[in-house]
Design a protein around this ligand. Structure first.
Ligand SMILES: Nc1ncnc2c1ncn2[C@@H]1O[C@H](COP(=O)(O)OP(=O)(O)O)[C@@H](O)[C@H]1O
Ligand SMILES: [Mg+2]
Length: 261
């Protein structure tokens, strides 16, 4: 059964896009069928998946959202789902920021993204949605479409400040729009393994949520190789398969999917 996971945090620079990119790759390597959706106007995920041929991007999620708002019939899947290795993805372009403004004026628009993704569910084990750093209409759409939300946090960067606003928003969406949404859990990223700060933050979260929020056992180390891989449009596993960050993302994919080997 397909699970739609939205990766969210209203802070920027906490490894949302990097985690979607590398989780998608790792799940693909585990033999799972993955669709990644770039739902951030900055289009970093598309850039990392398409790199040189961004001008060749066909129908984007921004186009699909506009069609959905105008109640037009959507084109066939082949017109908007691209492939990169084992990853299928729906690219994006900057027009998504126009979509965001229009969503503010549109009635009952929260489920538009879900309506686009639902027919695709039969083809995938996981649909991963990358979001923009805000709690605005785009993120609300992405959360309204999701079965669960994965929160990435960087323990060095006032990690837990803002976490309550995010969880409050998610709980509101659960009550008002999308009763099925659950917390997938928290992934600690960009961790300096020598400082143990990630363990302290993990304990802080456990205390604040009385164990009601899963913090993944696997955390992702900070590594200059991750940024290099991103710049080359590669997953860290392709760029440097033996790197600690690459092994960690692979381990994380197993933990998240319950892969038993
Ligand atoms: N584990 C990591 N180690 C080092 N740098 C990282 C790591 N994860 C992400 N980065 C870098 O941090 C920056 C922000 O990451 P990004 O995934 O774009 O965050 P977000 O999508 O939350 O804004 C990027 O330059 C990225 O290359
Ligand atoms: Mg991003």
């Amino acid at each position: 059964m397909c699970k739609i996971i939205t990766v969210a945090n209203q802070k920027g620079g906490v490894s949302k896009t990097t985690s979607v990119r590398n989780l998608a790759y790792s799940l693909g390597e585990l033999g799972l069928r993955v669709l990644a959706v770039d739902y951030d106007p900055q289009s970093n995920l598309s850039a990392s998946l398409v790199l040189e041929d961004t001008h060749e991007i066909g129908t984007t999620i921004a186009n699909l959202m506009t069609m959905a708002m105008d109640e037009e019939k959507l084109p066939p899947k082949s017109a908007y789902v691209s492939q990169r290795g084992k990853i299928d993805f729906i690219p994006n372009d900057i027009h998504l920021s126009v979509v965001e403004s229009n969503l503010r004026l549109e009635m009952g628009s929260e489920k538009l993204l879900f309506n686009i993704l639902e027919p695709l569910c039969e083809d995938y084990d996981y649909i991963l949605i990358d979001t923009n750093p805000s709690l605005g209409p785009l993120t609300i759409n992405a959360l309204s479409a999701a079965d669960s939300v994965l929160i990435t946090i960087n323990p060095e960067f006032y990690a837990t400040i803002g976490l309550q606003d995010l969880t409050k928003t998610i709980l509101k969406i659960k009550r008002r729009i999308n009763p099925k949404i659950e917390f997938e859990g928290i992934l600690m990223t960009m961790c300096d393994m020598q400082t143990n700060l990630h363990k302290e933050v993990s304990a802080e979260v456990n205390e604040a949520y009385r164990g009601g929020m899963r913090v993944f056992k696997t955390s992702i180390p900070r590594s200059i190789r991750v940024g290099e891989a991103n710049r080359c449009g590669m997953s860290i596993m392709e760029y440097d398969p033996k790197s600690k960050a690459g092994l960690a993302y692979m381990e994380f994919a197993k933990e998240l999917s319950g892969y038993a080997g």
